[in-house]
Design a protein around this ligand. Structure first.
Ligand code: R5P
Length: 222
């Protein structure tokens, strides 16, 4: 079993019958959705929403009941991956472009469990370029404003085209090198008109599950 799968399966133990569950996005969340699908096939009853079209499609294939967002109410738990986590449980997310939906879903969840392999566990955030979702209107001005916050910002490109999120927006990947003060940076980013959301998740994770190559699983609680 790979490390992502190990962390994912540990997290899925928290899901109980009757829960309302948020499904994350990415290659680690994939394993959580697989395991949830397995448990649903064995008789677990849950209701779910997904943080991306890809995760929703996967969940439906596995027979996980997907409920419209405006009908499900507050979620009990969401399980999702991250691109970086630090000791204070601050996260960088959005490597898969799903940060906006993730932030909305996870803000409406009583509990957020983050699953990572040990490569994502960092002392200082910022090696992974911070994803920022930007509206297409006048986007070059927004990109320039992002650069003024002290990063090298580039549009994310996929198959030769500018990457489009599930919401029809662009992603600027912002290389800071190190993010010493995520709280302050988040405020600055949110003040830029044209920025829809940024990939810093502060005070959101309740638990981080880190699977290590030596076989250990570390659990970091809020
Ligand atoms: O937009 C994507 C999400 O924030 C992912 O959870 C994050 O990028 C981690 O993805 P992965 O598990 O594939 O490394």
């Amino acid at each position: 079993m790979n490390l992502k799968q190990k962390a994912a399966e540990k997290a899925v133990e928290a899901i109980q019958d009757g829960m309302k569950v948020g499904l994350g996005t990415g290659s680690t969340a994939y394993w959580a959705i697989q395991k949830i699908g397995e448990r649903v096939a064995q008789g677990l009853h849950i209701q779910a929403v997904a943080t991306s079209q890809a995760s929703e499609d996967l969940a439906r294939e596995l027979g996980i009941p997907i409920i419209p967002f405006d009908q499900i109410g507050r979620l009990d738990v969401t399980i999702d991956g991250a691109d970086e986590v630090n000791e204070q449980l601050v996260l960088v997310k959005g490597g898969g472009g799903a940060l906006l939906r993730e932030k909305i879903v996870e803000s409406n969840s009583d509990r957020l469990i983050i699953i990572v392999d040990e490569s994502k566990d960092v002392k200082v955030l910022g090696t992974f370029p911070l994803p920022v979702e930007v509206v297409p209107f006048a986007s070059e001005w927004t990109l320039e404003a992002l650069r003024q916050t002290g990063c090298q910002a580039e549009w994310r490109i996929q198959d030769g085209e500018r990457y489009l999120t599930d919401n029809g927006n662009y992603i600027a990947d912002c290389r800071y090198g190190t993010i010493e003060n995520p709280q302050e940076l988040e405020i600055r980013l949110n003040q830029i008109p044209g920025v829809v959301e940024n990939g810093l998740f502060i005070n959101m994770a309740d638990q981080v599950i880190i699977a290590r190559a030596n076989g250990q699983i570390d659990i970091r609680n809020k």
